[in-house]
Design a protein around this ligand. Sequence first.
Ligand code: ADP
Ligand code: 3PG
Ligand code: MG
Length: 404
Amino acid sequence: MSSNLAYMQGVKSLKDIDVSGKRVLIRVDFNVPVDSHANITDDRRIRAALATINYCIDHNACSITLVSHFGSPKGAFDEKYSLKSISKRVERLLQKKVEFISDFENSKNEIAQCSLERVFLLENIRFHEGEKQNDAELSKKLASICDIYVNDAFGTAHRKHASTYGITEFVQTKVAGFLMMKEIEAFSKALLTPTRPIALVVGGSKISSKITLLKEVLQKVDKLIIGGAMSNTFLKALGYDMQDSLYEEDYVHTALDVLNASREYGVKIYLPVDLVITDSVENPVDVRVVPAQDVLEGFKAVDIGPATVKLFSEAIGMSNTIIWNGPMGIYEIDKFSKGTFKIANAIADCYAYTIVGGGDTADAVDRASEAENFSFISTGGGASLELLEGKILPGFSNLDRIKE
Ligand code: ADP
Ligand code: 3PG
Ligand code: MG
């Protein structure tokens, strides 16, 4: 199982090269969760990159350029998705001046100069249309401001974008950062010689990008437990009227495919039997628990109900390896957080190898005060699902290798 992991373990990391006197570009994933006032609710992804950044500083890299995306802007500047506010937090955590570069093409000469110990953070790379298109011109421009490329953006390692993949065509030395290696090590521990049964718990709202992976993932797990907005799409596929709940009409067929495939592979699927529904997310007046078949007209399902918590917890308790990505409801709002927190408690209480992944899910586990009780907290959501699926992630596939 999982020869993709063995392949990824074989890439060169920062410790295999000399960064002294070199300009290093580090692709990080600073796509942190924020609240409605743009406050960072969990800076784990920034903290997770510090080891790599500090290593470069300590080993006399002459300049360090940090590149990240933040949210999903449409290829043009959008204040809401600016990394400027994040820059302050990076500076605070790094305890070092971080120079924010709003337009790297205009500042190329300054960045390209070798001036010892300068740390730059580029504006959201997804403001460039070419980023998501893996555009060669953008890749080349990024490559031109560094001697060494370090990919430490595990959370984005499943994306084949200019800053995560394309750039590697144009840089001589390209290696993985410490976070990337740590993540692969933790997943290898869980998946190379897994202790069965393996349960995958999925939820959250990134339905379209994750539901398509589930069919493949079914071949790797024994149980699939589905909650959050993801399960709304499955319940719709069963013919339930989900009313105003968040679900993806275009993926109802994919949900049916997953359900059919689960029978073929002998995988047990667990779906909510009851739901917390509300008349409004922002101003909830009427909040009720109803059977999954009975979402009321004009209501939205925003959390799993207590019977579902019991069902899921029992299935979780009978597993020896548990991987979790995606909250069970709108956990950011107290009233709708119970299901997610109780599932966090249930997984944390297991005598199993437990991995939780994803920006929001890791935040939820922190809020449930269970962070210490998981075997590993991954910074990757979609990335960890693609690992599980058996893929070599694009963020690793073109890096230098220890043995050719
Ligand atoms: P992660 O960041 O852990 O990979 P996602 O980004 O896929 O997870 O999903 C997290 C988001 O899903 C949260 O903002 C949460 O509010 C939302 N969510 C979960 N369940 C529901 C639901 N039933 N309706 C609407 N949003 C939901
Ligand atoms: C994430 O939050 O899952 C990563 O930062 C990747 O973001 P994306 O799904 O917008 O590519
Ligand atoms: Mg998220």
